[in-house]
Design a protein around this ligand. Structure first.
Ligand code: KIV
Ligand code: NA
Length: 269
């Protein structure tokens, strides 16, 4: 099976109608990618790996090298979904040229087919610069975690009229600049509707209601690996409990010397 392509994903939305929603999950490792690949249209190597994998306090410290290494693993582990990689804070905001160098390097290092970057109108020129030079771009509006130090937290956006207008304007600018999809994060439902209606490209919601053209979640959140998750996360599993129970079982057997048993011991057949 040939891998899905960016134009195929973009074409899911035709004249404002998306018959088949885009299914997106984050992936950071090869094995995770293998398991998610057949179910997803797009695997996003999110800079959320800063918190999820590295235990960092935010996505701000994440580097291009970290993103490239994890994206390469995800590309190696998948053959069906489009793989997109987040551009980390500080790697693209300075100028379109800086963004191009960072994005091209990420794609060369990893084999990812697209990049995602945060910001609206202010990044539109950069998005157009990249797209015109062969780099497919996903935009990201609403709650933009890399701006946590300006926003002061991770609360839902678009609760005032001014904020709502700004988010719709941001999405329109990215759409016009050639973004092939736009992540809409942490906004109240009417904004998700307004943004989705305002842009030609598909919107991918996270904490942005069922009204977007697709959905994304952080896989570890969805699998129940964390105690504290935002309200918009639905837990489809409780892997924290499963892993802890398995580790506890192993520890007990090692301590009472019942593991390894004969089945796991060479020469005891
Ligand atoms: O970093 C990330 O995982 C993301 C998605 C949740 C949209 O940006
Ligand atoms: Na991100």
């Amino acid at each position: 099976m040939r891998r899905l392509t960016v134009p195929k994903l973009r074409a899911r939305k035709q004249d404002g109608v998306t018959a088949e929603p885009l299914v997106v999950l984050t992936a950071y490792t090869a094995r995770q990618a293998q398991l998610l690949d057949e179910h997803c249209d797009l695997l996003l190597v999110g800079d959320s790996l800063g918190q999820v994998i590295y235990g960092l306090p935010s996505t701000v410290p994440v580097t291009l090298e970290m993103m490239a290494n994890h994206a390469a693993a995800v590309v190696r582990g998948s053959y069906h979904a489009v793989v997109a990689v987040d551009m980390p804070f500080g790697s693209y905001e300075g100028s379109p040229q800086q963004a191009f160098e960072s994005a091209a390097w990420l794609m060369k290092q990893s084999g990812a087919a697209a990049v995602k970057l945060e910001g609206g109108e202010v990044m539109a020129e950069t998005v157009a610069f990249l797209v015109q030079r062969g780099i497919p771009v996903i935009g990201h509006v609403g709650l933009t975690p890399q701006a946590v130090n300006v926003l002061g937290g991770y609360g839902a956006r678009g609760r005032t009229d001014a904020e709502a207008d700004k988010i719709v304007g941001d999405a329109k600018a990215l759409d016009k600049a050639g973004a092939f999809a736009i992540v809409v994060e942490g906004v109240v439902e009417p904004i998700a509707v307004a943004v989705t209606q305002a842009v030609a490209c598909p919107t991918i919601g996270i904490g942005a209601s069922a009204q977007c053209d697709g959905q994304v979640l952080v896989t570890e959140d969805m699998l129940g690996l964390f105690e504290r998750v935002p309200r918009f996360v639905k837990r489809y599993e409780n892997l924290a409990e499963t892993i802890s129970a398995a580790a506890g079982h192993y520890a007990k057997e090692v301590r009472e010397r019942s593991f390894p048993g004969p089945e796991q011991t060479y020469g005891s057949e």
